[in-house]
Design a protein around this ligand. Sequence first.
Ligand SMILES: Cc1cc2nc3c(=O)[nH]c(=O)nc-3n(C[C@H](O)[C@H](O)[C@H](O)COP(=O)(O)OP(=O)(O)OC[C@H]3O[C@@H](n4cnc5c(N)ncnc54)[C@H](O)[C@@H]3O)c2cc1C
Length: 462
Amino acid sequence: MSTYDVIIIGSGPGGYVSAIRCAQLGLKTAVVEGRDTLGGTCLNVGCIPSKALLHSSHMLHEAEHNFAAMGLKGKSPSVDWKQMLAYKDDVIGQNTKGIEFLFKKNKVDWIKGWASIPEAGKVKVGEEVHEAKHIVIATGSEVSDLKGVEVDEKTVVSSTGALELNKIPKKLVVIGAGVIGLELGSVYKRLGAEVTVIEFLDKITPGMDGEIQKVFQRTLKKQGLEFVMGAAVQGVTTKGGKATVTYKLRKDDSEATIDADTVLLATGRRPYTDGLGLDKLGVAMSERGQIKTDDHYATNIKGIYAIGDAIDGPMLAHKAEDEGMACAEGLAGQKPHVNYGVIPGVIYTHPEVATVGQTEEQLKDEGRAYKVGKFSFMGNGRAKANFAGDGFVKILADQETDRILGAHIIGPMAGDLIHEICVAMEFGAAAEDLARTCHAHPTYSEAVREAALACGDGAIHA
Ligand SMILES: Cc1cc2nc3c(=O)[nH]c(=O)nc-3n(C[C@H](O)[C@H](O)[C@H](O)COP(=O)(O)OP(=O)(O)OC[C@H]3O[C@@H](n4cnc5c(N)ncnc54)[C@H](O)[C@@H]3O)c2cc1C
C-alpha cells in the first residue's frame, strides 16, 4: 500500500493538470488511469485527434479551392485515408507520451488500472488499496445515448468511432448540430462525403449568440452540409453495413427517413462516474449525474473533490484544466479562483467560431443596455490576402461604462483571436482599452481592434 497527499482518478486535462500542479506545490501525488495511455478523452479520442483531422482535411480544401488562384498549379492531392489516420494516431501518441514525460519530470506516480473509492482516504485499484489525504475525481464524461439509436462503432458511431472509420463514407448523417457533430461533419464533407445534419432544435450550436448561429449555419450550408432542423430522430436501423435514420419534423409531426453509410450520434456527453462506488459513499449527485461540489471543488464527503466534465459547467478541456489547477492550489492552502464568466468556447471548423462572455440574447433577457461593435473580415487586409474574408468580430460592451461584456467571432483564427478579449475581460477592460491598443499590421487581430473601435466613434476600415 502506498500513501499520498493526493490521489487523482483520471488523467484527462482536469486530472493531469491538477496532478502536475499538486506536485509543483510539494504534494506527493499519484494519478490512477484505466486507459492504456494518459490524457483522457481530450488527447485520445477528443480535442487532439479531431483537430488533426480538421487540419489535414482543411489542407485538402485549400489545395482544391484556393491554390490555383494563388498561382499554385498542379493536381490537387488525393486522400490516403490510412495515412491520414496514421498521422492522427501519431499526433495522439506524441501528446499522450508528452504527459508521461511531464509526470516523470514532476514525480507524479501513474497507478495503472480502474479505481474505486471504498471509503474516504482510500483508493482501490485492482487488489491494491492506496491511501491519500485528498482524493480528486476527474473521471470525465462519456457519449450520451439516444433512444432508438444503438452505437456499434461501425455503421452507427460515436465521436470515438468517427475518428477511426474504416473508410470515408459516401453518405454521413450526423445526429446533433453541436460542436462535435459540426466539426466531424466538416471533416467528412471536405473528404468528399455527402453530409446531412439532423438537429432537434431550430438553431445549430445551442446557447451561442443568435447572429453567429445564423451566419455559421449559412457558411456551413455554402460548404455543402445539409441541415434538417427541428427534427426528432426516432431511431436508426442497420442492414448490411448501411443505416436508415427515421425522424419526425416537430412542426407537423410528419415522419421521414434518410439513408446513410455511416451515422454519427453527436447529441452530447454525460458525466462518467461508473465503478467509483459513489452511491455507497453517499456522494451527492445532481439529477444530470454530475458530482455536486462547492466553490472549492469539495464534495459533501470530507477529503473527496471533483473537477472537469464530471461536475457542473461547460464540458471543455480548458475548463477542466482550470478547475484542476484551482483544486490543487486550494489543497496546498492557496486561495485560487476560476472566473466562469470568461471561459471561451471554440469551434474549429473553417472559418472558426469563438465566443466568450454574454450573448446578445442574454443581455436582452437581463434588460441590460449594451452596444455592439462589429467588423467584417472583408475589411481586414490579411484576411483578404488569405481568402479568409468570411465572417466578423462582434464585441458587446456596456452602453454606459463601455466595459466588455462578451465577444463573438466567426472568421480566420477566431479561436486564437478570442484570447485578447478574454484577457481584456479579466482586467475589466472597456472596449476603448482594446481600441487604443496598437495592433500589428497586417494581422487578423486588427479586426478585433476595429470591432472595439466600432463600439466608440467607429471602425476605420468599415
Ligand atoms: C470528439 C471530441 C472533441 C472535443 N474537442 C474539444 C475541443 O476542441 N476543445 C475542448 O475544450 N474540449 C473538447 N472536447 C471535450 C474535452 O475532451 C473534455 O471536456 C475534456 O476531456 C474533459 O476533461 P476531464 O479531465 O474532465 O475528463 P476526460 O478527458 O474525459 O478524462 C477522464 C479520464 O478518466 C479515466 N477514468 C474514468 N474513470 C476512471 C476510474 N474509475 N479509474 C481510472 N481512470 C478512470 C478515463 O479513462 C479518462 O481517461 C472534445 C470532446 C470530444 C469527444
